[in-house]
Design a protein around this ligand. Structure first.
Ligand SMILES: [Fe+2]
Length: 192
């Protein structure tokens, strides 16, 4: 992510490696996101940096204890590129521990449309990531366990922030919500 290059504007809905590559292209173009990077805030911060008919994307700043909780992206796939620091991703699994991976600066990963995942800050120091969605993210699904233990999904517009209200779905425990704050000029909000 050293040389700043202009991202190639999508000509269609992107999936797989193409979407992950687009997130990496945005990560390599600091003029899209550098003004929004904050490393001194306890809240997760995100700002829309790309919007067209095929893709929308955000820059997200993470610090200790930031946690999205388990969620999906409805009809959108996602590509995530790490600019600095580290984040941990977990894919929800039943009757076994979630698949957990940690990604650091220079790494990226892809989320298929069917993925259910959770992203948390990892390691020492703040982290900055790029999140690109195609087709453009309009709605998210968040998961929680009901009083009887049943798994339930709530649909949220992408204008609502994700919170870690149901991070421990398999045990039925819940953690304190982790908030996210939108900054900057955009009217659109979401996260990861
Ligand atoms: Fe996500």
């Amino acid at each position: 992510m050293s040389a700043a290059r202009e991202p190639t504007p999508p000509q269609a809905v992107l999936i797989g490696a193409e979407l992950e590559r687009f997130a990496c292209e945005l990560a390599g173009a600091p003029h899209y996101w550098s003004e929004y990077v904050r490393e001194d805030c306890a809240e997760r911060i995100y700002e829309a940096i790309w919007e067209d008919e095929y893709v929308n994307a955000w820059v997200v700043c993470w610090s200790t204890d930031n946690d999205t909780g388990f969620h999906d992206h409805d009809l959108s796939a996602g590509g995530i590129a790490v600019i600095s620091g580290s984040v941990r991703e977990e894919r929800l699994a039943l009757a076994r521990a979630p698949l957990t991976r940690t990604f650091s600066a220079g790494q990226s990963f892809y989320l298929g449309v069917s993925a259910i995942h959770r992203v948390t800050h990892a390691g020492q120091g703040p982290a900055t990531t790029i999140h690109a969605y195609s087709p453009p993210l309009t709605r998210q699904g968040v998961y929680r366990t009901a009083a009887d233990g049943a798994l339930e999904r709530d649909a949220l517009p992408f204008t609502e922030e994700l919170r870690a209200a149901s991070t421990d779905l398999l045990s039925g425990a819940s953690s304190h919500p982790a908030s996210a704050k939108r900054r900057g000029r955009s009217g659109a909000t979401t996260l990861t």
